[in-house]
Design a protein around this ligand. Structure first.
Ligand code: MN
Length: 407
């Protein structure tokens, strides 16, 4: 259970929920332990936001643009304020459900899904592991934000079970590939950003237009079958090793909520090309943690153990550069498009965002309570990813994204 302190007045993230009574999907804002039913506020005439009326996804709201997002968030915030008129506070109270009593759904109908590769440390580690006899970083890495187009239809909300994928893989010393369940099932700890206002086909978006075209962030787990990936990824990149499932957290945290945590970008050499330069810095100081609980730990009521702690601030390529790059050829952006940032890894042991790196492809298995070990995930394992930004008294949580492996 997420600490309710993650969803204070400075956060007010948006999501899609349903309650057991009506089962009807609608838009909500998380506040403390509750969910504020925005459809109800709109219906009662207390919130002027047609894009949220009867909405079962947030796509129209995200497409409505920055002025609408700010107006809705400011209105909800003012209704929650201690000096709000009694009538407004009463309406908000009536429209609030306990968060642990609702079911969360995908916040968006996912349009296009792209996953970047923006941590230099992650790219370096993966290069060392998969191509031990050549330079770990490809020569293009410091010039171009690398990514691949993923599969939007298999993006799922946190809590959805993840079925172990079957696929084709070939051991390095084997003569021929075989087909069967992945034996190197892994995770990737990432953030995802969701497109706000769209763009016209043929018209690139500049690196300074982030606030208009990006609504906000979720946590993202890019499930990865490393044995399938190692055999298929050359020459065109990941394919079926990634497309079986991608999990996201249900609450979308706005850029405005994350504004106090925007920090200077890491040093880059060489200087990126002009279209990849933004006037403002777009790194974020967001703490991330990844935890694991095995079936045996669950049976014995042992708490999940921490596998990794890292920070988002060191990512080599920012949201501004990803946005500019992905539209630089005139490709269209649509509200509800989803972009993974790439696995967030640091340089030190215990700061990497994948088991591939943490166990060095299974060579150094992780020791668990009760004498178990893990190189990669086994059936029944649950992975939990959490994100939180803290600066002084300011605190904004991204909540968590959870998935359990089904056979
Ligand atoms: Mn990834």
């Amino acid at each position: 259970m997420t600490d309710p302190g993650d969803y204070g007045l400075d956060n007010l993230p948006f999501g899609i929920f349903s309650d057991a009574g009506s089962g009807r999907k609608r838009a909500g804002v998380a506040f403390g332990d509750g969910v504020i039913d925005l459809d109800r506020l709109v219906g009662a005439g207390f919130l002027d936001a047609e894009s949220l009326r009867g909405a079962t996804t947030l796509n129209d709201f995200f497409g409505a643009g920055l002025a609408t997002w700010r107006a809705v968030r400011a209105r909800v915030r003012s209704m929650l304020a201690s000096d709000a008129p009694a009538e407004e506070r009463a309406v908000v109270t009536t429209a609030t459900l306990p968060r642990d009593a609702v079911t969360m759904h995908l916040p968006i109908a996912v349009g296009d899904y792209v996953d970047f590769y923006s941590s230099l440390e992650h790219a370096t580690n993966v290069g060392r592991i998969l191509r031990p006899n050549s330079a770990p970083l490809q020569p293009n890495y410091r010039h171009i934000p690398i990514g691949y187009h993923g599969r939007s239809g298999t993006v799922v909300v946190s809590g959805t079970p993840i079925r172990r994928p079957h696929g084709q893989r070939k051991a390095p010393d084997a003569d021929a590939p075989t087909f069967g369940p992945s034996v190197m099932l892994d995770v990737e700890l990432e953030l995802g950003w969701i497109a706000g206002a769209g763009s016209n086909h043929g018209e690139p978006i500049g690196a300074d237009a982030v606030r208009e075209h990006v609504f906000g962030y979720v946590l993202l787990d890019d499930w990865s079958a490393r044995d399938i990936q190692a055999w298929e990824y050359q020459p065109l990149g990941p394919f079926l090793s990634k497309s079986f499932a991608t999990s996201i957290s249900p609450w979308v945290v706005s850029l405005d909520a994350l504004e106090p945590f925007r920090v200077a970008e890491p040093a880059r050499d060489p200087e990126p090309l002009p279209y990849l330069r933004a006037r403002e810095p777009w790194s974020y100081d967001i703490e991330l943690e990844m935890l694991l609980q095995t079936p045996r730990m669950r049976e014995r009521a042992l708490a999940p153990i921490s596998l990794s702690r890292t920070n988002f601030r060191g990512m080599y390529w920012t949201v501004a550069q990803q946005l500019a790059h992905v539209t630089s050829n005139g490709a269209r952006l649509r509200p509800g498009d989803l972009f993974g940032t790439g696995t967030v890894s640091g340089a030190e042991q215990g700061t990497q965002g994948s088991l591939l790196e943490l166990t060095w492809r299974g060579a150094n298995p992780i020791a668990l309570p009760d004498g178990e070990t893990r190189g990669f995930l086994e059936d029944g394992d649950t992975v939990i990813m959490r994100g939180r930004a803290i600066r002084g008294a300011a605190r904004v949580g991204l909540g968590e994204v959870v998935g359990t492996i089904a056979p």
